[in-house]
Design a protein around this ligand. Structure first.
Ligand code: UD1
Ligand code: UDP
Length: 366
């Protein structure tokens, strides 16, 4: 098995799959595409989660959408070389995910997609294109939630391709929550549990457009007058912060490591974000989350979690924050978000010999 990771939200997803596969004696080649490469966007996750060194680092780095995707493809094809690979497992929706899926499919290697079926229905998001294309190339579609299964069925995928397995990110969260809570993260930042809000922003639609970012900055300033905010800055967002001075009650910090960031989410009174994974983690932690986007590919965090999708209009954000500060979360947790998703994935991969499985070509007409 080849297991691929490339960017920050991939590392906590590959970790439990890697452990479970190796625990069952599967030979795993761990590939890092190098899409994210700063210490606090990559290495810190390997350290915090005890993930072993990748066997291969493609060292692709940053670029335009096509430069990065094509760079991963060329390097991954070379890295596969003459290796005898039965399945390539990819996670999430980043450029490295779709690039490696395409290479594997064209080499006739089975593709397994962890986090299949999520749809924002927003074709302006590079991730939505990556999700749809990766799913189409995949032999195994591992959906984290029932909405993902419904999307895949509606798109015509066969039932034998679709596996509702739960959420691997939750496997990692549950395995590490106690360690995160033991850290001095909150103390070091001079905040107490329940006494601050947490912000993350990195979607191009929010942080590449000065007009949109100005509105969000205004809203954050208004929220910060009610609740001090901590804002770990994603590298994509940094240039905007050089143009906009944020309110003094907003503490800007470097991207946090995994354990520190889980501790920060766990202690937050409110989270404001455009991250996909943070919507899921706040749902598990029961922390109110406002998603500063017009849509989400993770609707289960709204229907069965603590998330509200509020868009980017400043008045709406402030109103939603005020309402969230006055409420308590008492939601159930989504089905199968229980810490055993990676075990279900390995079960499914081992269930039927790969050579006996029908290929994606055999999709019925949708
Ligand atoms: C990528 C993913 C996005 C994911 C996000 C998680 C795609 C299309 N996007 O977005 O889905 O939500 O990661 O964090 O795959 N940079 C650094 N250091 C790094 C990495 C990036 O400085 O280690 C800077 C570079 O200037 C780079 C920019 O951040 O151009 C954007 O990085 P990139 O990987 O292209 O996209 P993200 O916005 O990080
Ligand atoms: N995360 C982190 N440090 C941060 C911000 C996020 O460790 O400063 C973690 C977060 O807990 C989650 C994952 O990164 O596990 C989400 O990744 P990100 O928001 O970069 O990408 P997305 O999920 O939006 O694709």
């Amino acid at each position: 098995m080849v297991l691929v990771a490339g960017a920050r939200p991939n590392f906590m997803k590959v970790a439990p799959v890697l452990w479970e596969a190796e625990r069952r004696g599967i030979d795993v080649t761990l590939v890092h595409s190098g899409q994210h490469y700063d210490h606090n966007m990559s290495d810190v996750f390997f350290q915090d989660l005890g993930i072993r060194e990748p066997d291969v680092n493609l060292g692709v780095g940053s670029g335009t959408q096509s430069e990065q995707t094509a760079g991963v493809m060329v390097a991954f094809e070379q890295a596969l070389g003459a290796r005898d690979v039965d399945v390539v497992v990819v996670v999430g929706d980043v450029n490295s995910t779709v690039a490696c899926s395409l290479v594997a499919a064209k080499l006739g290697i089975r593709v397994a997609h962890v986090e299949a079926g999520l749809r924002s229905r927003d074709w302006d998001m590079p991730e939505e294109i990556n999700r749809v294309v990766t799913d189409r190339l995949s032999d195994f579609l591992f959906a984290p939630s029932a909405d993902g299964v419904a999307n895949l069925r509606a798109e015509g995928y066969r039932d034998d391709q679709i596996h509702l397995v739960g959420n691997v990110m939750v496997d990692t969260l549950l395995a590490n929550l106690d360690r995160a809570r033991e850290r001095s993260t909150l103390r070091d930042l001079g905040v107490a549990a329940g006494g601050y809000g947490l912000v993350t922003l990195h979607r191009p639609s929010n942080v590449d457009d000065p007009a949109v970012f100005a509105g969000i900055a205004e809203a954050l300033g208004a929220v910060a007058s009610q609740l001090p905010l901590i804002f770990p800055i994603h590298p994509r967002t940094r240039p905007m912060l050089e143009q906009f001075a944020l309110d003094d009650s907003i503490t800007l910090i470097d991207p946090a490591g995994y354990l520190d960031f889980i501790a920060l989410q766990d202690g937050a009174r409110l989270v404001l974000t455009d991250s996909g994974g943070v919507q899921e983690e706040t749902t598990m932690l029961g922390v109110p989350c406002l998603t500063l986007r017009e849509n989400t590919e993770r609707p289960i965090t709204v229907t069965e979690g603590s998330n509200r999708v509020v868009g980017t209009d400043p008045a709406t954000i402030v109103e939603a924050a005020t309402a969230a500060l006055a409420s308590e979360d008492d939601h159930p947790r989504p089905e199968l978000w229980d810490g055993a998703a990676s075990a279900r994935i390995i079960d499914a991969l081992l269930e039927v010999p790969l050579v006996e499985r029908p290929r994606p070509t055999d999709l019925p007409p949708s």
